[in-house]
Ligand binder design. Structure first.
Ligand code: FAD
Length: 308
């Protein structure tokens, strides 16, 4: 059995593993895909002190750093069930799709999140070639260009306001007949001269020249008419889904959006079980934040262990 076991091997799980192992406790990492979302990323320019790197390179560096220590890495293991300890200080059990199960006195859950996709033709083909999901990450790549933001909730309207200060022109496309963002955001959006808002519109296809995005089409839902917009970038902002389906039947408290609720030390509602990164209620889903939160959760777990 482990003293601390990380479920997930993205930036949060990797950071937690390094911090835990440096305390000299028995540490393991079990992940469906070591590296996490970082593996799907091309340019990364906001990991402080690393001005520029690429996803696969960073994922390899995460693994190399974890392997500096005595950490059991169990890759390609998908957790399907959590059975919490029945008494304080007892062992928690995690069951995996493979039929294996692992026990540990503390856990750090870092199973991350995934962006909801539009599911239209061209989206997959042009991912990272004009189709983007993170304005904090990729906004500066579209300096002076024309982009669309898909989604008129808070994250879509925030993205449009943010991007309007960087890019040349923003077209915000909302499916419903009204934006769903907070009033104060909507007022700010309306004050910007380089933003156009199109409501009641369903994005139907992403186009490109084979190398990069050059446009999209949307259907005006009231008339069924198709319209084309010429542009260089598309930011999809229709939701970030936390990977917590496997915790649905567990006693771990989840927010309305399915994110794991954590306290200031990263502890969940179940003593000895911690969580970190995109899977939690902590706002702003970024690599540097996931690393910080993972480190914090590992220290929280260590603190918990020495008090048992
Ligand atoms: P993740 O990276 O999502 O890792 C989750 C881990 O848990 C993975 O190992 C996964 O396989 C595993 N897992 C999931 N479910 C299970 C399960 N049931 N059982 C076992 N393991 C499981 N952020 C930046 O700061 N800068 C950028 O430039 C940037 N660009 C991005 C570009 C793209 C295309 C995407 C998708 C994201 C980008 N991000 C960027 C966001 C950043 O990748 C995330 O904030 C960060 O990876 C979150 O780390 P995490 O460890 O919490 O989760």
């Amino acid at each position: 059995a482990f003293d601390t076991l990380m479920i997930g091997g993205g930036p949060a799980g990797a950071a937690a593993a390094v911090y835990a192992a440096r305390k000299g406790i028995r540490t393991g990492v079990a992940a469906e895909r070591f590296g996490g979302q970082v593996l799907d990323t091309m340019g990364i320019e906001n990991l402080i002190s690393v001005p520029r790197t690429e996803g696969p390179k960073l994922a390899a560096a995460l693994e190399e750093h974890v392997k500096e220590y005595e950490v059991d890495i169990m890759n390609l293991q998908r957790a399907v069930k959590l059975v919490p300890a029945t008494r304080p200080g007892g062992e928690h059990e995690v069951q995996f799709e493979s039929g294996a199960s692992l026990r540990s006195k503390t856990l750090v859950l870092g199973t991350g999140a995934r962006w909801r996709e539009m599911g239209v033709p061209g989206e997959d083909e042009y991912r990272n070639k004009g189709v983007a999901y993170c304005p904090h990450c990729d906004g500066p790549l579209f300096k002076g260009k024309r982009v669309a933001v898909i989604g008129g909730g808070n994250s879509g309207v925030e993205a449009a306001i943010d991007l309007a200060g960087i890019v040349g022109h923003v077209t915000l496309i909302e499916f419903m007949d009204e934006l769903r963002a907070d009033d104060v955001l909507q007022r700010k959006l309306a004050s910007l001269s380089n933003v156009e808002v199109i409501k009641g519109a369903r994005t139907t296809e992403v186009f490109g020249d084979g190398r990069r995005v050059n446009g999209l089409t949307y259907e005006a839902r009231s008339t069924g008419e198709l319209h084309k917009v010429d542009l260089e970038g598309i930011f999809v902002q229709i939701g970030l889904v936390p990977n917590t389906e496997w915790l649905q039947d567990s006693p771990i408290e989840l927010s309305e959006r399915g994110e794991i609720v954590v306290d200031a030390r990263g502890m969940t509602s179940v003593p000895g079980i911690f969580a970190a990164g995109d899977v939690t209620t902590v706002p702003y889903k970024q690599i540097v934040i996931a690393m910080g939160e993972g480190s914090k959760a590992a220290l929280g777990a260590f603190d918990y262990l020495i008090r048992q």
